[in-house]
Write a protein that binds this ligand. Structure first.
Ligand code: IVH
Length: 697
């Protein structure tokens, strides 16, 4: 071994290493695309082999070294019926071919299909005797598993007692939700343990760990149920004769978690086309789910179809796993950058060795705040597990600790603001330069001039730097006092661009209040919240007169946010006064001020004023998603939201039961799928343009 060879420290790290290797080697990766490159994989297997040489009695059956002869018992608890695995398909064509072969085998069309998420955790059998949870067993080699009953009480979704005193074995997946994983990392770090690489490894390690000083919570979702000896003939017949969907409803009725309560509930459909549609829906929702899925499981629903199809030694013939592309890859953490935002927040960002995940190259990942780095025990040079699905910002799950070589370096936390050198306020999770928004003048001025705020054409970053360097812009209100002479004196400012810029600045004075408010950059008031506040209060005077209680009457502003907004606005008084003096508009067109007797906020205060009645979107909550086309093509998402609100509606970024309409443009993904799932009205950009034709700019 060379000095940089990976070393496995303990049995938990060994179990994790085996998990990682199995995953990399197996059919898990579509198109042979492994999360570990060859070099990392070889190194991992060498480390596993080295550990096994020292611990021959503890070799796991899954080990890629093949030290355990096939089928050797891993646990001492035999399964009543084998715990099978699933065969995989990777495309619509492969699925259609599989479905056709199943129908040939059973000699008739499949009566109904059950479609459910493939949860990315570990299979487990939970034995309930007379309604009491008595034993938890891992899948092991499928024939017998390990007794992990010590985990009873730590698994959400597996109640200690069922609603009926029945003797059944509920089978399903144990995993950690994103929130449980974050807590697990934090607790583990507190106890000096190595971080888990990802939620699946965390669940695997946690399930097996017997003597930890701390308990970590996991979540269970059932996908099967069988009678145990003593169940009684009637129940046994009922369970074996039940459709899969009926079985799931029965299990849920007993009080056990199923996918029914999730964003991707199991569904029964009748045609292969409907299966494909549901697969697409679940795939589109993947990035937003609070737990990992690595595919979709499609099962023949009827008991009769399952019985006729039968099972092979490895997998049933009546079910298939429709695998989704890997959304996790291992890459190297090259460094951490600290960027100061316009409000003075100092945010760390991970710089990664570029890695291709789910069709795009990932070079940076979010690191939320400094505590995030500590919780994950991240070190420069670490091999890290990176997650990226759909449109979400890539994130580091955790380092793959057993791949450490000992050459990794601690992350340097800044002692002073990297932008201006002032002290850092570290009292909150998110660190902030003590100078707040004054720190990053360039960022705050260019934000204010941005397209979604004052929209000052010709005032790009370079110009802003010139203006701040020359001392001509100490805040963005100074822009309105710029003279022709001052601008002409700047490098590369000719008469034409000077006049254009002055005209653009003049136009900016007439922007609606919502945009002026947004330009102020008050924490918690982005584009849509600024519009809500502006429409609610109608004038800047009303906003400034509002106390925390009045502020809470704006939908979405709660007791925590309201005083922060009120206090920041008070701090900004000199800047607002300066804007007023410069002649900047301070009213919101079409908005009516709140009546003094308006009810306090209960989250349902109408955003639209009384004069919104008769407008095309009156009373509607509208979500815009995907790329706009036709007459709306040039509109930014912010302008679309403004359009919705001009039409008397309320714009929202997430689809829920309360959404009235979803405008779905090209490549609309998960939001469209969710709208379809919830039966919410969908409209193309073209049809929407007709609806709001009178309001178009
Ligand atoms: S059915 C006999 N349904 O995927 C049927 N399995 O790759 C076997 N899994 O070992 C399982 N979600 O651990 C089924 N909705 C689901 C599942 C699911 C995840 C796991 C299970 C199985 C593995 C096979």
């Amino acid at each position: 071994m060379t000095t940089t060879e990976a070393v496995i420290a303990d049995d938990a790290a060994y179990a994790q290493a085996v998990e990682t290797a199995v995953k990399a080697a197996g059919a898990y990766y579509a198109g042979g695309d492994s999360a570990l490159d060859d070099h990392a994989y070889d190194r991992l297997v060498r480390a596993i082999a080295a550990w096994e040489a020292d611990h021959p009695g503890q070799v796991l059956p899954d080990s890629p070294t093949g030290k355990v002869a096939g089928g050797a018992a891993v646990g001492d608890v035999p399964h009543t019926q084998p715990m099978l695995s699933l065969d995989n398909v990777f495309s619509a064509e492969q699925f259609a071919a599989w479905a056709a072969s199943l129908e040939r085998r059973i000699g008739q069309p499949v009566a109904a299909w059950s479609v459910e998420p493939k949860l990315d955790g570990l299979a487990i059998a939970a034995r309930y005797r007379e309604g009491r949870l008595t034993q938890l067993i891992t899948r092991g080699d499928g024939t017998s598993g390990e007794d992990v009953s010590h985990a009873i009480g730590t698994v959400v979704g597996l109640p200690g007692e069922l609603s009926e005193p029945v003797s059944v074995e509920v089978r399903g997946e144990v995993l950690m939700t994103a929130a449980q994983f974050e807590t697990a990392l934090a607790v583990r770090a507190e106890h000096g343990g190595e971080p888990f690489a990802n939620p699946r490894n965390a669940a695997a390690g946690t399930l097996r760990a017997k003597d930890r000083a701390y308990r970590l919570e996991m979540t269970f979702f059932a996908y099967g149920c069988l009678p145990l000896p003593g169940a009684g003939e009637e129940l046994a017949a009922r369970l074996t004769g039940s459709a899969h969907s009926g079985l799931m409803a029965y299990v849920a009725g007993l009080g056990v978690h199923t996918t029914a309560g999730t964003e991707v509930p199991g569904r029964t459909v009748t045609t292969v086309e409907e299966v494909q549609d549901r697969v697409a829906e679940i795939a589109a929702l993947r990035a937003e789910l609070p737990f990992g899925i690595d595919g979709i499981v499609v099962k023949a629903d009827a008991a009769e179809d399952r019985r006729t199809a039968g099972s092979g030694s490895r997998a049933p013939r009546w079910a298939i796993a429709y695998k989704l592309p890997a959304v996790e890859k291992v890459t190297t953490l090259l460094g951490v950058e600290w960027n100061v935002g316009r409000t003075g927040i100092i945010a760390p960002r991970a710089v990664l060795e570029p890695v291709e995940i789910d069709g795009s190259t990932v070079t940076y990942a979010t690191l939320h705040n400094p505590a995030d780095i500590t919780r994950r025990d991240l070190r420069i040079g670490d091999r890290v597990m990176v997650y990226k699905a759909g449109d979400i910002i890539p994130r580091i799950e955790a380092p793959v600790a057993h791949l450490r070589t000992g050459t990794e370096q601690a992350v340097d936390f800044p002692a002073a603001c990297p932008q201006c050198g002032s002290a850092i306020d570290t009292s909150e999770q998110r660190w902030r330069c003590e100078r707040g928004r004054d720190c990053h003048l360039v960022a705050s001025v260019s934000y204010a001039a941005g397209r979604d705020q004052l929209d000052i054409e010709g005032l790009g970053l370079t110009r802003v730097v010139q203006l701040t360097d020359a001392g001509l812009a100490k805040d963005f209100a100074d822009l309105f006092a710029l003279t022709r002479e001052q601008l002409l004196a700047l490098d590369r400012m000719g008469p034409a661009s000077t006049d254009n810029l002055l005209a653009a600045i003049e136009r900016a004075k007439a922007r609606p209040l919502a945009r002026v408010l947004c330009a102020l950059g008050v924490r918690g008031t982005g584009r849509s919240m600024s519009r809500r506040i502006a429409r609610h209060f109608a004038t800047m005077d009303n906003i400034r007169a509002a106390d925390a209680e009045a502020m809470q009457r704006v939908e979405g502003i709660g007791i925590e946010k309201a005083p922060v907004i009120v206090a920041e606005l008070a701090q900004l008084a000199p800047l607002i006064d300066k804007l007023v003096a410069a002649g900047v508009n301070m009213t919101e067109p079409g908005a009516t001020p709140p009546r003094p007797d308006d009810a306090p906020g209960d989250g349902t205060v109408a955003v639209a004023g009384a004069d919104d009645e008769g407008k095309p979107l009156h009373g509607m909550t509208v979500v815009v998603t995907g790329a706009m086309t036709g007459p709306l093509e040039k509109l930014s998402r912010n302008q679309m939201n403004e359009l919705v609100e001009r039409g008397g509606g309320r714009s929202s970024s997430s689809v829920s039961k309360r959404t009235s309409l979803v405008v779905a443009g090209e490549n609309a993904g998960s939001k469209r799928a969710k709208a379809e799932e919830l039966g919410i009205r969908l409209m193309s950009p073209g049809d929407f343009a007709v609806l709001v034709a009178d309001l178009l700019p």
